[in-house]
Design a protein around this ligand. Structure first.
Ligand code: ADP
Length: 271
């Protein structure tokens, strides 16, 4: 049996996914990108392969994607994260039905991608200029509130009353706004909820740039935060689908692309 690796080197996290020749998920691993992307990507791949009792020889084709994709020189191919995200999202959402709009929030950017009926990308919009509305903003807020990003979701649902408004459009100013709110005796829960709604409002503006088409899918690490999911659904006024492993969608798409590229280049039946 041949295996295919998708390596997504993001600004904040490295995600590696392995699929088999039937494009079925075999395993995945996530680790921090740190400053040595290349070294950590190789280490993460080796750890994942060891966990799956596979060697590098078992990997027939590797596709790299994400912000740091070009530094993974051993890849057979590299593709943009927009393409990989779309392929992965369509595969991950099969049980949900057809998806037409992808919201991706990463460590340092956020994207809205519009798909046609065949799952092809027809338009996208991206915010990569400003940390507000990205995972980095959530990380900074959690740090200021002395909680972990994993705790943001549950705090959100313990908030009381109308969500606080966080008006700063810049992450740096938002940090001082948060410290000010704490000083005015607002609870951590109410501030977390306010942060989620401020991000949700930005994301909705981004999605509106590509058009809100039903069949909305949300991925990237921050999609693990149920409080943020709730805020985006409320701001959009629509239900959104979250895959079981939202952070690995783009690496899954890269691995799936690898199966097709390998079959095309080798003109062989690979399963
Ligand atoms: P990138 O691809 O740009 O590196 P990711 O999609 O991996 O970004 O998302 C990274 C962000 O995901 C982190 O900055 C963090 O805010 C968020 N995140 C990661 N794990 C969790 C978690 N368990 N719960 C909530 N948020 C998380």
């Amino acid at each position: 049996m041949k295996y295919f690796a998708g390596i997504d080197i993001g600004s904040t996290a490295i995600k590696i996914t392995i699929v088999d020749a039937d494009k079925k998920l075999v395993g995945s691993k996530t680790s921090g990108s740190g400053s040595m992307f290349y070294k950590y990507a190789h280490e993460t791949l080796d750890t994942l392969l060891a966990e799956l009792s596979l060697t590098r020889d078992a990997i027939a084709y590797t596709v790299a994607t994400g912000y740091g994709r070009k530094i993974f020189k051993e890849a057979d191919e590299n593709i943009s994260e927009i393409t990989a995200n779309a392929i992965g999202a369509v595969a991950a959402a099969r049980e949900f039905g057809s998806i037409k709009t992808i919201i991706n929030i990463g460590g340092q950017d956020s994207k809205a991608i519009s798909l046609d009926d065949e799952g092809n990308v027809v338009n996208f919009a991206m915010n990569d200029r400003c940390a507000a509305g990205t995972g980095k903003f959530l990380d900074a807020c959690a740090m200021n509130l002395e909680i972990s990003v994993e705790e943001l979701g549950e705090k959100h649902f313990s908030a009381t009353g109308t969500p606080l408004s966080i008006n700063s459009t810049c992450a740096v100013f938002a940090e001082s706004e948060i410290i000010g709110l704490l000083g005015n005796s607002h609870s951590v829960e109410d501030i977390v909820c306010g942060v989620h709604y401020s991000i949700a409002k930005r994301i909705v503006k981004l999605v509106k740039r590509v058009g809100v088409k039903e069949g909305i899918y949300f991925d990237g690490g921050p999609a693990l935060n149920q409080g943020l999911v709730h805020a985006i659904e409320n701001e959009l006024g629509k239900k959104i689908f979250i895959p079981p492993y939202p952070q690995i969608t783009t690496s899954l798409g890269a691995a799936i692309m690898g199966v097709d590229s390998y079959a095309y280049q080798n003109l062989e039946n690979i399963s």
